[in-house]
Design a protein around this ligand. Structure first.
Ligand code: SF4
Ligand code: FES
Length: 330
């Protein structure tokens, strides 16, 4: 076990834990710890092996290397790839230097990213939008033209917008680890890199839709949901069905009784709890196909959680109780 302190909070974690995982454990364990102590992530995804190490969003400063060797690390480190040592001390939100460095990372991520949030289906649940809001500059210092790409059709279910991609590799890892075979990947190097399908094959295996859920930006969106609604106008509910391919546990995004889209259920870190199959995601759009469990709690701090109808429902219930109590008093 190793004792590690992040932003003044100490926790004991198993050897081999990364600083990021330790920070998440801290937040999970103690509700008084600000969730922001866990650094933001754009490429790390706990359910995908070897993810992380690409985007640098999760940088933290290590002020004390370990009990044995207390020297600080000379530069900010990627917390998703740096393992803790016993006695290590690190700073994230309490370090102005880290905040400043993260600002630089966000500026880089936004160099080629179009600011098309008003027409992007990911708006409201986009991690880059949140980061831009929290750490971004109001204007770019970049004078060169942004990258453009020819549109590539990757099948009937998924819409690709390469200009929005931040090269996080999550979709490549989903294809590698969750689907039977991978037909897409990162082509080229440096600023010529792009996600592409070899010979532009459609990604049509049973679990390919999960690349939509893991994409932190709007580079991969659901064609069956495209332009139907802003997410914050929909009502997410937990639902399940008997499925032979996956757990069948999903979130349905409703408008009235219409299912506008089906996604995996995301936890407070924005990661799906379980990957779901394409049949559940794309082919079951009738409420009769599902057993509805109740409102889905949305942890995100962005606009998507503004529509907190779960608390509205309890508010209604409370008012109902009060009215009943008043009428019995009379
Ligand atoms: S398409 Fe999305 S998930 Fe894939 S590398 Fe780009 S940003 Fe990441
Ligand atoms: S989340 Fe750590 S480098 Fe991307």
């Amino acid at each position: 076990m190793a004792k590690v302190t992040i932003d003044g909070h100490t926790i004991e974690v198993p050897d081999g834990t990364t600083i990021l995982q330790a920070a998440r454990m801290l937040v999970d364990k103690d509700k008084m710890v600000d969730a922001k102590v866990a650094p933001p992530t754009m490429c790390y995804y706990s359910k995908l092996k070897t993810s992380g190490g690409y985007c640098r969003t999760c940088i933290v400063k290590v002020t004390k290397g370990s009990e044995k060797d207390p020297r600080p690390m000379p530069k900010p480190v990627a917390s998703c790839r740096t393992k803790v040592m016993d006695g290590m001390e690190g700073v994230n939100i309490t370090s102005p230097e880290v905040i400043e460095a993260r600002k630089g990372v966000v500026e880089f991520l936004l160099i080629n990213h179009p600011l098309d949030c008003p027409i992007c289906d990911q708006a409201g649940e986009c991690h880059l939008q949140d980061l831009g809001y929290e750490h971004g500059l109001s204007k770019t210092r970049y004078d060169f033209p942004r990258r453009t790409f020819n549109q590539i059709d990757i099948g009937p279910y998924i819409k690709m917008h390469m200009t929005r991609c931040i090269m996080c590799f999550r979709c490549v890892k989903v294809a590698d680890q969750i689907t039977d075979y991978r037909v897409h990947g990162m082509l080229n190097r440096g600023d010529a890199s792009e996600i592409s399908t070899y010979i532009q094959k459609a990604i049509d295996n049973d679990f390919s839709g999960n690349i939509i859920d893991v994409c932190p930006v709007g580079a991969l969106t659901d064609r069956t949901f495209r332009f139907k609604s802003r997410v914050w106008f929909t009502k997410p509910v937990d639902a399940h069905r008997n499925c032979t391919k996956c757990s069948g546990k999903v979130a349905l995004w409703l408008k009235g009784n219409d299912i506008l889209r089906v996604t995996g259920r995301k936890d407070q870190w924005g990661e799906v709890e379980e990957f779901i199959c394409n049949e559940c995601r794309f082919e079951k759009k009738d409420v009769k196909d599902w057993t509805i469990e109740g409102p889905r709690h949305i942890d995100r701090h962005s606009v998507i959680s503004a529509n907190h109808y779960e608390s509205l429902a309890s508010l209604k219930l409370d008012i109902g109780k009060q009215q009943k109590a008043l009428s019995t008093k009379k």
